[in-house]
Design a protein around this ligand. Structure first.
Ligand code: NI
Length: 206
């Protein structure tokens, strides 16, 4: 009799645990779905006034006829930025010509002190002839970063020199509509093929 009670108690415990676990995973799936759909219609993005890698001052209205793919990073970034810019260029190249014409790739620096116009010019050329690099004063750049909720913080190197540092920063690719509304956000784990597919789908349903 005692045995049976033991077994029942264990079975009940296992059952309760399983139910608890499946509810937890269901909850996290729902949270993910909410977060994903929350991008569209959220207030990520906003006005900016910056300088292109050819030295022209522009704002968000200069790109109001096009969709935008926007990435924030810095040219001295050892790994994430080059990878993400490469991925953006790959996705862009895989798009039909018509969509390419309606889509502008922008790279906004989070490190305007070192990423001057000539530095940006040299850097964007490494990735794509249609990629526009944007820099500006520290104030201009931080306004753009705030509007896109971009996080960035200098990490000093061991040399202790003031111009020797890395920048720890958030890494998202923002897909913006011609009216500068956020349409989607691509993360580091989004492949270029996934990006291309989503951009095409969003473009055709816009
Ligand atoms: Ni980076």
């Amino acid at each position: 009799m005692k045995y049976i009670l033991y077994i029942l108690a264990i079975a009940l415990a296992v059952f309760t645990y399983t139910v608890f676990q499946s509810q937890q995973s269901l909850q996290s799936v729902q949270t993910d779905a909410n977060q994903h759909s929350a991008f569209a219609g959220s207030d990520i993005g906003g006005p900016f006034k910056l300088v292109t890698h050819t030295g022209i001052t522009v704002d968000e209205n200069d790109f109001s006829k096009q969709f935008k793919l926007i990435y924030f990073g810095f040219t001295y970034c050892p790994s994430i930025c080059p990878t993400e810019l490469q991925k953006m260029a790959e996705a862009y190249d895989a798009l039909p010509t018509k969509i390419q014409k309606d889509l502008q790739m922008l790279f906004i620096t989070v490190d305007p002190e070192r990423d001057t116009v000539p530095v940006m010019k040299e850097y964007v050329a490494l990735f794509h002839p249609n990629l526009i690099g944007l820099t500006g004063s520290v104030e201009q750049v931080s306004e753009a970063m705030d509007n896109f909720r971009v996080y960035a913080a200098k990490v000093p190197s061991e040399t202790g020199k003031s111009d020797d540092y890395l920048v720890d920063h958030s890494s998202f690719l923002y897909l913006m509509s011609p009216k500068n509304k956020i349409l989607d956000v691509f993360k580091v784990d989004t492949s270029s093929e996934e990006m291309r597919e989503k951009i095409e789908r969003i473009y055709h349903s816009y």
